[in-house]
Design a protein around this ligand. Structure first.
Ligand SMILES: Nc1nc2c(c(=O)[nH]1)N[C@H]1C(S)=C(S)[C@@H](COP(=O)(O)O)O[C@H]1N2
Ligand SMILES: [Mo]
Length: 229
């Protein structure tokens, strides 16, 4: 396939995914409806401190206790499942994708929130477009190098602030926070964002991840106090 037609297909896939995102937004009045919380409104018009959360100045480390040591040159991201083409990105290819700077908040279900982290990373949507997800793909299952997994509806994953980040507050993302690359999901509780991300799997039906199987909410909306199922 020529580079031109490949690019064209990625662009078309990107536009289709964007339509999916917009359609999903209209269908989820709960998350975009009556957000509960306090504090200044954030970029989405939501209170910066969701109901039941307290601001933390420090950024705590929370995980299963395994901190894989992965150098950027060793890091790989597999993208596969219900999609037209499969892909394996290395650091160099990842860095060629559009690098987004964004500021967003981080809400842990254990009630701390870290506000205003400055991130650099690549939009989930741009990575998804590379593999041209099938129209019947409804969810993504995220795999991490410590064995952790988490699941998201495709509509949530396609939100423009969902990034695979390599920097936080001007520094390379540290190993304990999931470096070299982790995902962030600012509009959901932070367990939906896998540290040490290793693979993105497109699914045609939902499949519960590590915490979702153990009683955490599948939808995980901080402004609905939507912590456990
Ligand atoms: N790979 C991996 N990602 C993970 C976890 C984990 O155990 N392993 N824990 C999740 C949980 S419960 C939270 S609150 C955040 C914590 O991220 P932090 O340690 O950078 O604060 O990472 C999420 N992502
Ligand atoms: Mo968490």
């Amino acid at each position: 396939m020529s580079d031109d037609s490949r690019l064209e297909r990625i662009m078309r896939s990107r536009l289709r995914l964007r339509e999916r995102f917009l359609a999903g937004k209209a269908e989820s009045p709960k998350s975009d409806g009556q957000p509960q919380g306090s504090g200044k409104l954030n970029a989405h018009g939501y209170p910066s401190l969701p109901i039941g959360q307290t601001e933390s100045r420090k950024w705590p480390v929370l995980d299963l206790g395994i901190h894989p040591e992965i150098s950027p040159s060793e890091w790989r991201l597999k993208v596969y499942g219900a999609c037209e083409v499969e892909s394996e990105l290395d650091w160099a290819r990842f860095m060629e994708l559009e690098q987004i700077e964004d500021v967003s908040d981080f809400h842990c279900v254990t009630t701390w929130s870290k506000l205003g982290i400055r991130w650099v990373g690549v939009r989930f949507l741009d990575i998804a477009a590379l593999v041209e997800p099938h129209d019947d793909a409804t969810h993504v299952f995220i795999h991490a190098s410590d064995g952790y997994t988490t699941n998201l509806s495709l509509e949530e994953a396609l939100k423009p602030d969902v990034l695979l980040v390599t920097q936080a507050d001007g520094e390379p993302l540290s190993r304990e926070h999931g470096g070299p690359v982790r995902m962030i999901t600012p509009q959901l509780y932070a367990w939906k964002g896998a540290k040490w991300i290793s693979a993105i799997e497109f699914l045609t039906a939902d499949r519960l991840g590590y915490w979702e199987e153990r009683g955490y909410s599948n939808t995980a909306r901080p402004w609905d106090d939507d912590r456990y199922s």
